[in-house]
Ligand binder design. Structure first.
Ligand code: ZN
Length: 164
């Protein structure tokens, strides 16, 4: 797919200025439709699938109490999956102790999350969510450790840990 796209873009470069306005919206639409395939559940369907606590976080952008999640102290090797649709989001290799009381990561598994800016605390923050089901996970800040400098501050109730 990537190879196909880059080859097509290469061919289109000379006429890009006109064609990008035609092709870009179609690509965005196509990718968002395919990534949500089968995960456009109704409120009722999500409520059946999730605990009330996880529903509040994943579907209503709630936040759990600091230091309330056992995953905050999880140090074993494994993968953290979305509690909504089970997509792998974070590896234990990227987890670190931020001292904030929420499971924290300095990187995510490529393509697994999407971001948007929210203004819930007046100051803009970058919200992120699962790229497959759209479930809210947490917020990402720029005070994390190297090499990325990112801190993905995640709700433990939005994750399911799978041991390696
Ligand atoms: Zn998900």
């Amino acid at each position: 797919m990537n190879q196909f796209l880059s080859r097509r873009n290469f061919i289109l470069i000379p006429t890009m200025s006109i064609l990008k306005f035609i092709f870009m919206p179609m690509q965005v639409l196509a990718s968002s439709l395919s990534s949500r395939d089968g995960w456009n559940l109704s409120k009722e369907e999500w409520k059946k699938r999730l605990s009330p606590e996880s529903y509040y976080i994943l579907r209503e952008e709630g936040t759990e109490r600091a230091f309330s999640s056992q995953l905050n102290n999880e140090k074993r090797k494994g993968i953290f999956h979305c509690a909504g649709c089970d997509l792998p989001l974070f590896s234990s290799d990227h987890k670190y102790d931020s001292g904030t009381g929420w499971p924290s990561f300095w990187d995510s598994i490529k393509g697994s999350i999407e971001t948007k800016v929210d203004f819930k605390l007046i100051v803009p923050r970058t919200e992120y969510h699962c790229s497959r089901c759209g479930g809210h996970q947490g917020h990402v800040f720029n005070d994390g450790p190297l090499p990325t400098g990112k801190r993905y501050c995640n709700n433990g109730l939005a994750l399911r840990f799978v041991l390696d």
